[in-house]
Ligand binder design. Sequence first.
Ligand SMILES: Nc1ncnc2c1ncn2[C@@H]1O[C@H](COP(=O)(O)OP(=O)(O)OP(=O)(O)O)[C@@H](O)[C@H]1O
Ligand SMILES: [Mg+2]
Length: 358
Amino acid sequence: MAIIEKLHILRFRNLNNQYLEPNTNINLFIGGNGQGKTNLIEAIYYLGHSRSFKSKNIKDVVPFEKEFLQIDAVVDDVRVLLKKSKNKNTILFNQQKVSSNSKLTHLMPTQIISPDRGFVVGGSPKLKRSYLDWGVFHVNPSILKTYKSYNKALKNTNSLLTNNNNNKQLDHWLDQIAKLSVEISSARVDYIKKLKNTPFIPLKSLIKQNNKFDFLLQSGWTKDTNHLDQESIYKYLIKNRGSFARIKHLNYGPHKATIDYYLNNQNEQLFSRGEQKKLSIFYWIMQVLMLVELNIKPIVLIDDISSELDQEKIDSILDFLIKLEVQIFVTDIGNKPLSLDKKIATIYHIDKGVIVKK
Ligand SMILES: Nc1ncnc2c1ncn2[C@@H]1O[C@H](COP(=O)(O)OP(=O)(O)OP(=O)(O)O)[C@@H](O)[C@H]1O
Ligand SMILES: [Mg+2]
């Protein structure tokens, strides 16, 4: 169960030396445009991923004219320190060095809804894979090693396809690709199955009970390959070695997987922008619920809530999340008062990067 007990953002974008002891339930941050709301959400996401969802470049998130970013927190009694500069990355748990980012992800599963991250229904395959693999990792942490080995095998394969045709070496890596690919596909299939088995979520404002929402994994292989069978994939790879060599890379495999979403058998491409958004949020809540059922309580981040949702949806989603007892960080511009007073919320104001409890 992940709860941030203390949060100290020493340096992150326009947030400088901000300290809070968050509510274990709802934390609402109100501020005008450009005051630091998204920066705060991004900082918490950063703590759980050691990277941003907005930018790949560390320079963008380090405060202007400073050399490093630093966030400290107490999460489930663990004292966490994350310090990053252009050349150095330090993660400490209780002052002990932690070697891998995945330890952070494990300690702090965070789920985010932000227009800056994009919506998964109708979104790019890359975004869909990233959502999917985040969930797969939390259900099955050992899969991380497989992803790493797969990426290495893919890199070596592509390099051999580009530079020469050392068939013996290439065959070795294609064999690895076939083996690792089956492990990845199986973990993904298993995860999707679990997700489909989560109980129906009674959020009428997002989806009606008689509507059939479905999602199908596309494995990244062609239809005539059995993506759960190593032999079938290996045969396919050997047979098509020549065509991969011509285009100098492997254009099939789990790195090309995606998910197709359907509502009442209609494909996501036909949905309106609003429908894509609603279903993305529904899918996102399904993931949260499934993890809660598996006793992994994620931290929930929602940026710019009233620009994304109307009052009815906000109320029903927050009520649902409150019952799940997850910790929530929400931001809002504050044009209209949110009816949060009746709920267990702590309200803060953000002004030019300074956070003040109301
Ligand atoms: N690396 C950085 N160092 C210092 N300040 C930064 C950095 N990156 C962005 N900022 C500042 O942060 C501010 C934007 O903050 P943020 O995106 O969190 O605003 P917001 O409150 O979410 O606004 P909106 O309501 O428009 O979404 C800008 O004023 C920008 O100049
Ligand atoms: Mg913002």
